[in-house]
Design a protein. Structure first.
Lengths: 148, 148
DNA sequence: CGTCAATACGTGTATACACACTTTTCGACC
DNA sequence: GGTCGAAAAGTGTGTATACACGTATTGACG
């Protein structure tokens, strides 16, 4: 046994957090590979997709929908705004800002969705379709299990 | 229906990648909250933990063990080296560099492991102990399902 | 009308992550 | 011994992520 700092020997294989993070890294690379031709990362694709689904809305509301930190989203939209995929304008309130998809954003999203489909198909061909469904359910439970 | 860019309406709820990423964000926050008093992030804890387990080794080998990009690890060790938790020295080969835990790193790791345990317990109390075991297995399968 | 707590955002800082490209070094082969 | 490909690592760049803190605006209440 010897010089171990503590009982951490098995931490890496027992840690739920590290397990999920590692999986996230790997699956992100797979999806990003497929989305690369569109110039979007999977996170950016998700922002556009939510925007397409929910329509124009504020940063806070969008962040709540994605389940992401508000300040993270604020930074994430910058490259998308720069590339003209979405537009940020004033909201009804003097405090809020309204984000909406541009025509170009909609077009890019349409193209990207076919690439996303291929990534999804590749993953599910290997991991299993039923297993993938169960995976998503499990991930929802993980999120639900964490009290803010 | 109407103005959808495509069939992306359900993408956010069907995407395996986004599901895993969202879970990773949430669970990371939980573990980082617990580790905060030690000044370590869960990723840093993982580096120290692997190092404790495997002994001094090269950047490439450590990256392979953690299943992380080599360049990512190269950046990740910088704050740890700066804070004196690990030391980077020359390896047996003129190309390789040897990373090893310092006494201070070992001590910090020992303290951190008790905080990690609390995070692990909190999560498993909510998510379930058996479910957690299954979760880790599932995550391993996800990683295995992705061809490099 | 003035105060004040709550709301919605932005900024500074720091880490996490990885691709493309470059540099250094090693080893093998002629 | 010189050449050259492979291996190990570093650098540049850009996104992802979130906490602590600061700013501006709103709405309620006295």
């Amino acid at each position: 046994m010897a010089n171990r700092a503590s009982d951490t020997a098995m931490t890496e294989t027992q840690c739920n957090c590290l397990a999920v993070r590692r999986a996230a890294r790997q699956i992100t690379q797979l999806y990003d590979r497929h989305l690369a031709p569109t110039g979007l990362r999977v996170t950016q694709y998700s922002v556009l997709s939510w925007l397409d689904r929910l329509g124009p809305l504020s940063i806070g509301d969008l962040a709540a929908a994605i389940v992401i930190d508000r300040t993270t989203l604020g930074r994430a939209i910058q490259p998308l705004e720069r590339d003209g995929l979405l537009a940020v304008g004033p909201g009804p309130d003097g405090r809020t800002r309204c984000i909406k998809l541009t025509a170009r954003g909609r077009a890019t999203l349409a193209t990207a969705s076919t690439h996303w489909r291929k990534a999804q198909d590749e993953f599910e061909a290997s991991f299993g379709k039923g297993a993938s469904q169960a995976l998503r359910t499990t991930m929802r439970h993980v999120v639900a299990a964490i009290r803010p």
